[in-house]
Design a protein around this ligand. Sequence first.
Ligand SMILES: Cc1ncc(COP(=O)(O)O)c(C=O)c1O
Length: 428
Amino acid sequence: MPFVPPAEAAHFIFRRIPLERTSTTVTTHLLPTYARADLAFERGEGAWLISTANERYLDFSGGVAVNVLGHAHPHLLAALTEQAQKVWHVSNLYRVPEAERLAERLCAISFADLVFFCNSGAEAMECSIKVARKHHAASGHPERCRIIAFEGAFHGRTLATLAAAGNKKYLDGFGPVVEGFEHIPFGDLEAVKRVIGPETAAILIEPIMGEGGVRVIPNQFLQGLRKLCDEHGLLLMFDEVQTGVGRTGHFFAYERTGVKPDILALAKGLGGGFPVGACLATAEAGKGMIPGTHGSTFGGNPLAMAVGNAVVDVLLEPGFLEGVRKKALLLRQRLAEVHDQHGDVIAQVRGDGLLLGLRTHVPNGDLVDALRAEHVLAVAAGDNVVRLLPPLIISESEILEGMNRLDRAASAIERSLKSKQKVAGAPG
Ligand SMILES: Cc1ncc(COP(=O)(O)O)c(C=O)c1O
């Protein structure tokens, strides 16, 4: 008799489940919303991840801009374990000193006066949208609820953040789209002016579009948006979920633009791998957010805040961000060389700091795969771009090692292109 597991154990058994309704084969009970590589990691050390097959991978994906301090950073480990022995969670019905401290520190280094903590980037954006709309309602203009956003942006996967980005591919099949967003191409201030109306509340933009293909928004355009916001009484909202927490060599990407927003969404790097998000706002922008207007069960709990404070400790150490800028320059220089050598594969290098993109001539997934074959992790993005987002603690020698591997990955693609051309040209 074959062994039949008890029904309650079924969810713990790893098995192959062919799904007949699609061509996908999944190997777990996880909802198959991701096209996952068949690779799993057991542990991490700095800029390296070690697979379950005990192979070392150089992490140029940084958990998609999350692992700013790499893996198993001693300061984060110490903060997490110390807090874990005190108290993990208390509800937001009480004061949370660790959250008050992190909020105070974020405000001290930014334009902001107020912070709301949550658990993800999408939640940070949801809060930002609510803050903007409530500001106008509290000013006696509830009709001012529409937000101008930009084509190619990404703001998260909740229904409102999907509507904010307006990407049809991600909205398709999910019913009515949340109302109140206009979408225009970035770079055209005249187009922005044309859509500003009596119901406009705010303008929302990522200073560098990450998922959209590492597209750096020119400072002049951001300055123009600030001016328009000031002229029309609108709030300027920056989505720094991907660009914040040192990614550009500045704590916030806006610091390199000469423009300050009124509201800013932060997440990813803020917990260094622990789920933490934050919405920052000026006192004026946040004036409508009185008790009862927003909430989150887990947002800003002591465990999350201990880790957030530890991340900030390291980022604010004298010389840390300067070091990131120096390493970013080295990476950029080496990328320019690899680009020169492999013009058939790499079309363009773009980005800022340690948020860099390689636009490719071949499908971007081919370069991601070729890098993985060289044991380097990178992430695909829109506009046929491969993103490089190494941890901010990566060393110069690891950057050089990564670039040698990129060189080999690009050579492998070139060889395969040549052999395909030969086959195509061979007499039949
Ligand atoms: C700019 C930006 N905003 C929002 C989000 C959503 O963040 P999360 O996936 O944590 O909800 C992302 C995630 O990639 C992002 O890059």
